[in-house]
Design a protein around this ligand. Structure first.
Ligand code: UP5
Ligand code: MG
Length: 193
């Protein structure tokens, strides 16, 4: 039955659009579990004896997308380990491979509530990522060269996924160029309704 399914909100948007920042606020106010696919991959990359460390490292530094088998199993494992039912899945699915892999493994176990899409110009997004890099984020992809690649992947691989969900009427789009508090006022309305 529906009651036994996981509730999921996918959170998408360009690199630096503010997905993680807004997810943290949603967690505080609405008690979801926040799972960032990027964070899970970075954790897996640095975990002792991971057989995928080098592969993940290469994809992150090239701004390309890790094969879905890896990402999906990290997400599913974290969902199970949480013991909870309501999830924000941040930064996934990012391409057709992600979408298909997720559908085939998780499609029957999940109720997709909606897709929260943070829309933000390339200029604003890259300013944020570069500022974060300059402030010492330690993220190996917060540099101009990798950012160009992350944007290219976002435009060519991720936008079609957002368009796919738009056709299903599942996308809730938010202008992510304002300050975080102002954006969250809009986000709140979506979770209250
Ligand atoms: N900031 C946030 N909101 C702001 C605002 N409103 N005004 C001003 N500043 C704001 O924010 C980024 C920075 O901007 C922070 O310094 C923040 O304080 C400030 P953040 O909330 O971190 O934005 P977010 O959208 O989460 O940016 P992030 O860099 O995490 O986005 P990406 O989508 O690029 O990164 P992610 O971690 O999801 O993925 C990284 C890589 O992992 C990918 O490129 C890919 O190689 C790999 N990956 C996969 O292969 N598969 C996946 O499924 C997921 C990732
Ligand atoms: Mg993030």
């Amino acid at each position: 039955s529906m009651a036994s399914k996981y509730n999921v909100v996918f959170v998408l948007g360009g690199p630096g659009a503010g997905k993680g920042t807004q997810c943290a606020k949603i967690v505080q106010e609405f008690g979801y579990v926040h799972l960032s696919a990027g964070d899970l991959l970075r954790e897996e990359r640095s975990s002792d004896g991971s057989e995928f460390g080098e592969l993940i490292e290469k994809h992150i530094n090239d701004g390309t997308i890790v094969p879905v088998e890896i990402t999906c199993s990290l997400i599913e494992r974290a969902m199970k380990a949480s013991g909870k039912d309501n999830f924000l899945i941040d930064g996934f699915p990012r391409n057709q491979n992600n979408l298909e892999g997720w559908e085939s493994v998780m499609g029957d176990k999940v109720n997709l509530k909606f897709v929260l899409f943070f829309s933000c110009s390339l200029e604003v997004c890259s300013e944020r990522c570069l500022a974060r890099g300059a402030a010492g984020s330690g993220r190996s992809d917060d540099n101009l060269e990798t950012l160009k690649k992350r944007f290219n992947t976002y435009m060519t691989a991720t936008m079609p996924i957002i368009e796919h969900y738009e056709k299903l009427n599942l996308v809730k789009k938010i202008d992510a160029s304002a300050d975080p508090e102002k954006i969250f006022e809009e986000v709140k309305k979506l979770f209250q309704s």
